[in-house]
Design a protein around this ligand. Structure first.
Ligand SMILES: Nc1ncnc2c1ncn2[C@@H]1O[C@H](COP(=O)(O)OP(=O)(O)O)[C@@H](O)[C@H]1O
Ligand SMILES: [Mg+2]
Length: 373
């Protein structure tokens, strides 16, 4: 049998399905450039993206096809300098030929030709990643506004009501005292409820310290296994080389406790399984389409369960406060998690389908641990 070189494919049958045909079938643009930034290969989607035919693109400088300050050019240099694949979402490309587009950009080294890199440019409906990011941040903000409002508009009048009831109480006896006591007890109950909300509004300086996220997760798993998740199988899939996360231990315990509790509540008791995984995502950058800020968020913790999943209509509101599908749920767990993760300069996102729901928390690299923001 004839060897096919380094291309892995089945021996061709009558029709010849060569790699070029396959690349041309892709909806995402594939562009290969050499060390000096000259375009050496384009697929059909790349011709469409740049609204230019292959004969004109091949041999052109990539820099001549993009604005001079395009982040794509710096991603290519980054890949060439470091020999490391890079992936960035939310990259805006705006040229007369392409129009304004928001792309996910992957730049990969070509192992066999070290001077070349391959770009994979995928049109990103603003939905994709940023939608997972922004609602959680908005939710955190709206919960913070709500908490601030509660503190002023509810708590202050309540202390007045409580004080008045106490005054009345001192001049009363017998059955009427039961009523004033009822007012006092109920106002106390509402105050403690508002206090629980207050964590959303307080922008207290957090005592951040370098944390081994695995010891945080182990603690949460111990709590879960001895309580609410007793009948659920919990599997750990840790990347032992994960660098420390800069954070507040108690707040992060709260985040992962909430996520694991939700997972445990979503699965069937007998077949339920929760997988807690950590990973270092090389070149995981996120660019917000509104700000020109770009963040490196390589430290990933995911909590996956095999429960019934989140319905599509629920997904956009998941991180909003008071959104719950449970008869006795508070709807505060995920809103609080989003707020805490936001305070850690991270993001939280959710992907869900029946039997596979995944909540992923991404944290930035600690600044003095070699951050390249
Ligand atoms: N792992 C999960 N699987 C399915 N649905 C989930 C999961 N996590 C959260 N949800 C949905 O998100 C809602 C909000 O969660 P949360 O904010 O923790 O509040 P609560 O747990 O009090 O309902 C839940 O009511 C549930 O519908
Ligand atoms: Mg919950």
């Amino acid at each position: 049998m004839a060897k096919t070189g380094t291309v892995h494919r089945l021996p061709p049958k009558a029709s010849s399905l060569d790699p070029i045909t396959i690349l041309n079938a892709l909806r995402s643009a594939v562009v290969a450039v050499d060390r000096s930034g000259v375009v050496r290969f384009v697929n059909s989607a790349a011709e469409q993206l740049f609204a230019t035919g292959a004969p004109y693109l091949l041999g052109a400088k990539l820099a001549s096809l993009l604005p001079p300050d395009s982040p794509i050019l710096s991603l290519v240099s980054l890949t060439q300098e470091r020999g490391q694949n890079v992936c960035e979402h939310g990259v805006v490309v705006d040229t007369p030929k392409t129009g304004r587009r928001i792309l996910s950009v992957n730049v990969a080294m070509v192992a066999e030709m070290p001077d070349h890199v391959v770009l994979n440019l995928t049109e990103q409906s603003i939905a994709a990643r940023m939608s997972a990011l922004l609602p959680s941040r908005n939710a955190a903000r709206s919960a913070a506004a709500m908490a601030a409002m509660m503190a002023h508009e509810v708590k202050n009048p309540l202390s007045g009501i409580r004080g008045a009831a106490q005054l009345l109480d001192s001049g009363l006896d017998g059955e009427e005292k039961i009523l004033t006591q009822l007012i006092i007890d109920e106002t106390d109950r509402i105050v403690s409820l508002v206090d629980r909300m207050e964590v959303f509004s307080v922008d207290h300086p957090m005592p951040m310290e370098p944390l081994n996220i695995h010891t945080v997760l182990d603690h949460v798993v111990r709590v879960a296994e001895n309580g609410f998740a007793r009948s659920v199988r919990i599997r750990k899939d840790y990347d032992p080389s994960l660098p420390p996360v800069q954070g507040d231990r108690n707040l992060l315990i709260q985040v992962f406790l909430n996520l694991i509790k939700n997972a445990a509540e979503a699965v069937q008791p007998e077949t339920g399984e929760i997988v807690i995984a950590t990973a270092y995502l090389h070149g995981m950058r996120l660019t917000s389409p509104t700000a020109r800020e770009s963040r490196n968020l390589p430290l990933a913790v995911s909590i996956q369960d095999n429960g019934m999943g989140v319905s599509a209509d629920m997904l956009p509101h998941l991180f909003d406060a008071f959104v719950t599908t449970k008869p006795t749920g508070s709807g505060l767990g995920l809103a609080l998690a989003a707020k805490i993760v936001d305070d850690h300069c991270g993001i939280i996102e959710c992907e869900s389908q029946p039997r596979r729901t995944l909540f992923r928390v991404l944290f930035p690299m600690m600044v003095d641990a070699g951050d390249d923001r």
